[in-house]
Design a protein around this ligand. Structure first.
Ligand SMILES: [Cu+2]
Length: 93
């Protein structure tokens, strides 16, 4: 695994085709998919198994109580985004 801290994550995310509304604090590339923010591991596993025709998935923002975030659980959306920049809510947690 290669890890890199950058000052301008938004431009890195743009380079990987992450639409602005899906951007968050961390970007990973996993087996050809882009994973943005605090996405639950089981959602990543499902994507890697089903191999949908998308660029990647994201939990936009830093919702309290999402994986890796402290604080009371607040509802959050898991979204997918495609090559056209279209964002689809695939799951609410
Ligand atoms: Cu974060």
């Amino acid at each position: 695994m290669q890890e890199r801290n950058v000052d301008d994550l938004a431009s890195v995310e743009a380079q990987y085709g992450v639409p602005r509304a899906a951007q968050a604090c961390h970007t990973a590339v996993v087996d050809g998919y882009v994973v943005v923010g605090h996405v639950p591991a089981d959602a990543i596993r499902r994507m890697l198994k089903d191999r949908p025709d998308i660029v990647g998935i994201s939990v936009p923002g830093m919702p309290s109580g999402s994986p890796g975030m402290d604080g009371p659980k607040e509802p959050f959306n898991i979204v997918s985004f495609d090559k056209a920049g279209k964002i689809t809510v695939i799951e609410k947690r």
